[in-house]
Every structure is written in structure tokens, then in C-alpha cells.
Design a protein around this ligand. Structure first.
Ligand SMILES: [Zn+2]
Length: 237
């Protein structure tokens, strides 16, 4: 059983979008894991082999229990019954309580397709008559990373990663083939600054939404429940 499973299209997506959240969960003693769907073979920079080495170094920095790769076609991820079953089997292996998926919108088609694919695969994983050789399992919840998205969708919640931010950057730095001297990556649009500065500014922006230094934003299709309204955090003024 895994508490938190982050599923993403490409190696390094997880570090950029929810690395701080994974580090924070690990520090709490929760079990975390990463499932990368492709090997990044069509990426402009670095070979798939280099990225594999970088990804395992980054996994160590994040403190995850396991990192698997499904070797789906890079830039060609589809959400069809065959692929849903492949992803559902992986979900049944990990048995996560919460799954972190990409944002429902995305600049890269793989990101957008992966978001829906992950939701559908979580559902399919709970169907007893699909892949009958592995026991069925359905995660409780799927949350979507919103970091770097410019849809101006208000996050459902922001995770405070003030104490985890530098370690998140350390995980991103493991991808030298991708980011050494880079100004742009994944969903991050370039603004003329080094990539690390852009990542810091985004994290600081999401931090201000919860009156903290750094944050990572998430969207859920469900409403969050509150039991004690008197303990609500984040000051209005
Ligand atoms: Zn990506």
C-alpha cells in the first residue's frame, strides 16, 4: 500500500509539478511512489538512457519508495481500453490511497491525455472483471497538479512546501540533460530567466495564496469537506 502515487507522462514532470508534496509526505512517514508513463524518447534534449539515470537520482532526492516506467509511446499517449488496462494494472500493484495526476488542460498533448487516462484507469482498476489475474483496487481520490498552468483556474487547495522547496529544486537539478542552462521545460513558459528562477517565482506565487513562502497548487473535481469552521486557515486580510 502506497499513500501517494504520482503519475505523469514524462520523467521530470513529477519533480516540476508536485516534488515538494512528495518530499513533505515522505517526511511525515507516508509512503510515496512515482509512475512515469514514457521514457521521454522524443524529448529534444538527452537520451532515454540518460533520463533514466537522472530519474532514479531524482527519486532518491524525493525519497520515494519506488519509481516505475510503463514505456508508453512518448508524444503518443492515448486513452484507449488497452492503455487504461496497462495503467490500471500498475495502480493495482501500488494500491495508492491518493493519486496525483497532471492538470486536465496542458500545452503538451501527453499531459492532457494523461490526466484523463489516470482518472479512467483508477476507475477501471476497481472493476473486478478487468485484468482478472490481479485483485481489483480503486484509489480513494485523484488530485490534479495545477503548477505552471495559465488557465487561471483557482486551486482547490495549495500544499505548503516552504520547508521542502530547496529539496524539490535539488530533485529538478538531477535532470542535467534537460535543464542545464535551460529557460523552459514542460508546461513552464520561458520569460528570459533561468528555469530555476521561474520555478521559484511560481512556487512563491502559489505560496502567497496560502500566506506562506512556497506552495504547490491542486485541483479536485470534488468539493473539500470542513468539519470545524472555526479552524479555517488562510487569513482574508
Ligand atoms: Zn512532460
Amino acid at each position: 500500500m502506497i499513500d501517494l502515487l504520482a503519475i505523469a507522462a514524462h520523467r521530470d514532470d513529477v519533480e516540476l509539478t508536485c516534488g515538494g508534496t512528495l518530499i513533505k509526505a515522505t517526511k511525515r512517514g507516508q509512503k510515496t511512489a512515482i509512475l512515469d508513463l514514457t521514457q521521454g524518447e522524443t524529448g529534444t534534449r538527452g537520451s532515454a538512457q540518460t533520463r533514466a539515470t537522472e530519474a532514479s537520482r531524482a527519486a532518491e532526492v524525493l525519497g520515494v519508495e519506488a519509481r516505475e516506467n510503463l514505456s508508453l509511446p512518448d508524444s503518443g499517449i492515448v486513452n484507449d481500453p488497452t492503455t487504461r488496462e496497462v495503467v490500471a494494472r500498475a495502480i493495482r500493484r501500488f494500491r495508492p490511497t491518493i493519486v496525483i495526476a497532471p492538470a486536465l488542460e496542458g500545452r503538451h498533448p501527453d499531459h492532457r491525455v494523461t490526466a484523463q487516462l489516470v482518472r479512467d484507469a483508477c476507475f477501471v482498476a476497481g472493476l473486478a472483471k478487468v485484468a482478472t489475474d490481479v485483485p481489483k483496487f480503486r484509489p480513494r481520490k485523484v488530485v490534479h497538479c495545477l503548477t505552471y498552468r495559465q488557465d487561471f483556474l483557482r486551486p482547490t487547495f495549495v500544499v505548503d512546501i516552504t520547508d521542502e522547496f530547496e529539496q524539490k529544486l535539488q530533485a529538478v537539478r538531477c535532470y542535467e540533460s534537460q535543464f542545464d542552462g535551460a529557460m523552459q521545460a514542460g508546461e513552464v513558459y520561458p520569460n528570459g530567466e533561468p528555469l530555476e528562477d521561474v520555478i521559484r517565482h511560481y512556487a512563491a506565487y502559489y505560496g502567497t495564496l496560502i500566506r506562506r513562502q512556497y506552495g504547490e497548487p491542486y485541483f479536485t473535481t470534488e468539493t473539500m469537506r470542513v468539519d470545524d469552521i472555526a479552524t479555517l486557515e488562510v487569513s482574508t486580510f
